[in-house]
Design a protein around this ligand. Structure first.
Ligand code: NAI
Length: 242
C-alpha cells in the first residue's frame, strides 16, 4: 500500500520508532531510520526491513534538536532515496521532576528534542513534500500533552506544543497535499517507561493493560494511508485519557 514511498522515522532504532519503521516497511515503504547514538540497533532495524520486507533501508545518525544537523541529514536522505513522502517525528526524551525543583537544563533538553526536533524535521522535509506534491507528517505526542501529568511539566509542555504544531502545520500545508496528524500514546511498554507493573496509574486504564509499540505502529499505518484525515490527534491509550 506504501510501495515506492519513503518513510523517515526519527528515533527509529528502538521502542515505538522501531515498531513504526517495521510496520511501514511491511506495507512496502522504504525506510530512512534516524537514530541518536546506537548505530548497531539502527542497523538491525534496517537489516530486518531489507530481509523481511524487501525494501530499501538506511540509518542516519542525527541529533534532531540540532537545526543544521537535521538539514544535512535531510539532504543525505534526498541524495540516497530521491525524495520522501512520510515523516514520523518519534524521537523523544523525558527528564521528569517536580516543577519547583526542575533544573533549567532539564526543561530545555526536553523542549529541544521533543518539540524543536519535530519542527526542525518538518522545516527541512517540507521542501521535499512540496516538490513531490504529497506528504504525510505524523508526530508522536502523548496523553501527557492532553491531560497534563504531575512531575512532567517539561514533557507535557513539549507534547502539548507538538499538538499545536501539528494543527498549525495541517492548516498551513493542506492545500499543498500535505497532511499532518499526531498520535497520543498512553502507557506503552518500552525502555522509556521501564517496568511499570506496580504503577497505580495502570489501574486507571479502561482496557486494563499497557500498550505495545505495535499498537502505536498500527495507528501510524492508518494515518499514513488515511487520505482524508489531517489535523487529528489519535489517542492510543487503552482509554486512559477518555
Ligand atoms: P525510547 O526511549 O525507547 O525511544 C526514544 C527514541 O528517540 C530512541 O531511539 C532515542 O535514541 C531517540 N532520541 C532521543 N533523543 C533524540 C535526539 N535528540 N535525536 C535523535 N533521536 C533521539 O522511547 P519510546 O517509548 O519508544 O518513545 C517514542 C516516542 O513516543 C517518544 O516521543 C515518546 O515521548 C512517545 N511516547 C511514549 C510513551 C510510552 O509510554 N513509551 C507514551 C507517550 C508518548
Amino acid at each position: 500500500m506504501l510501495k515506492g514511498k519513503t518513510a523517515v522515522v526519527t528515533g527509529g532504532s528502538r521502542g515505538i520508532g522501531a515498531a513504526i519503521v517495521c510496520k511501514l516497511a511491511s506495507m512496502g515503504a522504504n525506510a530512512a531510520v534516524i537514530y541518536a547514538g546506537n548505530a548497531a540497533a539502527a542497523e538491525n532495524v534496517c537489516e530486518k526491513c531489507r530481509q523481511e520486507y524487501g525494501v530499501q533501508a538506511k540509518a542516519y545518525q542525527c541529533n534532531v534538536a540540532d537545526f543544521s544537523a537535521t538539514k544535512e541529514t535531510v539532504a543525505k536522505i534526498k541524495a540516497d532515496f530521491g525524495t520522501a513522502q512520510i515523516l514520523v517525528n518519534n524521537a523523544g526524551i523525558t527528564r521528569d521532576g517536580l516543577l519547583a525543583m526542575m533544573k533549567e537544563e532539564d526543561f530545555d533538553a526536553v523542549l529541544s528534542t521533543n518539540l524543536k526536533g519535530a519542527f526542525n524535521m518538518i522545516r527541512h522535509m517540507t521542501g521535499l513534500f512540496l516538490r513531490a506534491r504529497e506528504g504525510c507528517i505524523i508526530n508522536i505526542a502523548s496523553v501527557s500533552g492532553m491531560m497534563g501529568n504531575a512531575g512532567q511539566c517539561n514533557y507535557s509542555a513539549s507534547k502539548a506544543g507538538l499538538i499545536g504544531l501539528t494543527k498549525s502545520a495541517a492548516k498551513e500545508l493542506a492545500s499543498k497535499g500535505i497532511r499532518c496528524n499526531a498520535i497520543a500514546p498512553g502507557f506503552i511498554a518500552t525502555d522509556m517507561t521501564g517496568n511499570q507493573t506496580d504503577n497505580p496509574l495502570l489501574r486507571m486504564i479502561p482496557l486494563g493493560r499497557m500498550g505495545e509499540p505495535e499498537d502505536v505502529a498500527d495507528a501510524a499505518a492508518y494515518l499514513a494511508s488515511a487520505e482524508y484525515v489531517t489535523g487529528e490527534v489519535l489517542r492510543v491509550d487503552g482509554g486512559i485519557a477518555m
